[in-house]
Design a protein around this ligand. Sequence first.
Ligand SMILES: N[C@@H](CCC(=O)N[C@@H](CS)C(=O)NCC(=O)O)C(=O)O
Length: 213
Amino acid sequence: MKTLYVTRTAPNPRKALILLASKGIDVDDMDDITVVDIDFASNDQMSDAFTQINPMQTVPVLKLDDGTILNDSQAVCEYLDRVYGERSVMGNDVVQRAQVCSMRRIAEFEVLYNLMLAFQHSHPSKAQLVEQVPEFVVPSIARATKALTYFEKSLDGKEYLVGEQLSFADIVLYLGLDFGKILKVNPDEQGENLARFYNMMNEQFSIKKMTKA
Ligand SMILES: N[C@@H](CCC(=O)N[C@@H](CS)C(=O)NCC(=O)O)C(=O)O
């Protein structure tokens, strides 16, 4: 049995949950994966037991049957993409895979990462995690919103960032837009293509939609 450690409200573990959902797979209904919920409110990620599994104290983590630990969202998602479902969300051919990779990295490092930094430097719950520098918050948000103008143009006349189907780049961009709401970056106000894209993704993959009944 494999074990997937997640926090269902946090962007990096949500990548894995949405990737599976986009392939029609309910993570709570898999024969060979047990899900363990890590509760940030109780600081489960800092417990001795979890630190033994992932010394980085972050989620997601996938523990394979032979004990191999994958402790990064990209690694977990690459694994899940290859092992489960019919169609890869990493791209259908060599060129598409490269395009998904570049879009995904821009969404990750320019949008999601900057917003996560802004959150970590401003939210009281993260004071233990980082030495908070409040001056960091506004420029980080500005950097993220500047990158969103690139995605607004990229989505002109298109439903998805790469090709005709949902890819991992879309998942990461959606998570960046969704996370931005915590920092008062309204996904409906970053351009009409992004608003349409966000609402289409949110309809399927919002935290509420994916919460167990
Ligand atoms: N590089 C890692 C980063 C993972 C990460 O930062 N996860 C956040 C949740 S989105 C986390 O676990 N944070 C722990 C904390 O805030 O204490 C990955 O992509 O898996």
